[in-house]
Design a binder for this molecule. Structure first.
Ligand code: HAM
Length: 419
């Protein structure tokens, strides 16, 4: 039996990868505009990096990591997200010694053992930006603006920004206590996972998808009422800057995010029409993370944009990515004639070396069939090398749009194409 790909992963074929390159290209271009430098970290890390940062009691660490022992018996994990790796790299490469903040970005595949469904895969891709080394609320707003700008440039409509502040360890302790007191009488009714979360991570209950848990949480105390002065001032500044940037937001006190490292601002941008997995991106501030993995206390903020979901929402909104990939030249010849084949092949290679895209057939085909292929590939020009032309050192150059055909010496073709 033929071997199939594992569940929850995708093959991306050339018609699709060209669109991915366009979307990734937009990300690279925007990062240059916004002043982010690219960083590339390994696909796998020591498992402890993720358990310490993402959080021992999160779904990601408890159920979703691809963890394995290598030949040396070390526990390694395929990265389920970028932020922890970036922070590790920031500390390990002493990026704190460079001018702060460090604005870094990365993109690539991530791995989570989740139940595959529309918009949820076991290997998926993110475009991720982080601003490390500043507590300024402008950094929070800039990450949100970046994501909003990215979707706008792709003409994605009906975006909804959900915003919350999850406070800091100072304000979260009394809030956690108040939330536990509120949940305690309903403890037996909570779903089994939330019963387990009650002691260790009660804020997670707010985020539970079970209807019963959601109903119980309807009148739960709100973190917003417990924010300390610093967190409250910070949150207000972010909201003010968002209003100045004309970005509408919806405050959602149940937004706690699925990773433990967040402090202060958290947000998600959701889209309509792509089913339950409608978060296009998610991010927030994580002022304690770098310290938790062994660095100095360093405030930071970031966001990760899920790329598969960009394509789902574009498809659902009938938007396509405009691609400017074109074929400059299709070289037509008689492959069975050694001289024309040799001239055609060397011409195609030399055109490519000069920066033109050029294709030709490998197998013998009639001239008619080759011209049909050139048409299908939307070549701007065909260069036809018949036996007569080959003997004279010339070729017929045909403009495929106007149909105009000119015979010219082979060594004048490049110059002609440039005009
Ligand atoms: P996250 O919310 O886990 O955050 O993921 C961010 C985005 O990645 C989601 O909104 C979604 O678009 C996409 N995504 C996540 N899981 C999957 C999946 N299984 N299949 C397809 N797409 C998925 C983080 O990863 C944080 N590290 C974000 C961050 C950066 N926070 C601060 N800096």
């Amino acid at each position: 039996m033929a071997i199939k790909k594992p569940r929850g992963v995708n093959d991306f074929l050339p018609t699709v990868t060209s669109k991915w390159r366009a979307v990734e290209g937009l990300g690279h271009q925007m990062c240059a505009e916004y002043g982010f430098g690219e960083i590339r970290t390994p696909l796998f890390e020591e498992t402890e990096l993720f358990s310490r940062s993402v959080g021992e009691h999160t779904d990601i660490v408890q159920k979703e990591m691809y963890t394995f022992a290598d030949q040396g018996g070390r526990s390694l994990t395929l990265r389920p997200e970028f932020t922890a790796s970036l922070c590790r790299a920031y500390v390990e490469n002493k990026l704190y010694g460079l001018p702060q903040p460090q604005k870094l970005y990365c993109l690539g595949p991530l791995f989570r053992y989740e139940r595959p469904q529309a918009g949820r895969f076991r290997q998926f891709h993110q475009f991720n930006i982080e601003i490390i080394g500043t507590l300024s609320p402008l950094a929070d707003t800039e990450c949100i603006v970046f994501a909003w700008d990215f979707y706008n440039r792709l003409h994605i409509k009906d975006l909804q920004l959900r915003l919350n502040s999850v406070g800091c360890p100072v304000c979260r302790a009394p809030y956690r206590a108040a939330l536990r007191e509120y949940l305690r009488p309903s403890l037996a009714e909570l779903c089994p996972s939330c019963q387990g979360r009650f002691d260790r991570a009660p804020l997670r209950v707010l985020d539970c998808k079970s209807e019963i848990c959601q109903n119980i949480c309807n009148n739960a105390p709100r973190i917003g009422d417990y924010l300390c002065e610093e967190c409250s001032t910070h949150y207000n500044a972010v909201k003010r800057m968002l209003s100045c940037s004309d970005i509408p937001y919806m405050e959602d006190s149940s937004l706690v995010r699925g990773l433990d490292y967040y402090t202060k601002t958290v947000f998600e941008i959701c889209a309509t029409g792509i089913g339950a997995q409608n978060a296009l991106c998610g991010g927030g501030r994580y002022d304690g993370l770098i310290e938790a993995i062994g660095g100095e206390h360093t405030p930071a903020m970031g966001v990760a944009l899920g790329l598969e979901r960009v394509f789902s929402v574009l498809a659902s909104q009938n938007e396509d990515i405009e691609l400017k990939e074109t074929l400059d030249v299709f070289v037509v010849c008689d492959i069975n004639n050694a001289l024309t084949a040799q001239i055609a092949f060397t011409l195609a290679v030399s055109l490519r070396q000069s920066g033109f895209s050029a294709l030709m057939e490998y197998e013998a085909k009639s001239i008619k069939s080759q011209l049909k292929t050139a048409n299908r590939l939307q070549a701007s020009y065909t260069v036809i090398i018949g036996e007569e032309e080959a003997n004279k050192g010339t070729a017929q150059v045909k403009n495929m749009e106007s149909g105009e055909q000119t015979e010219m010496p082979l060594n004048e073709i490049k110059q002609f194409l440039l005009i």
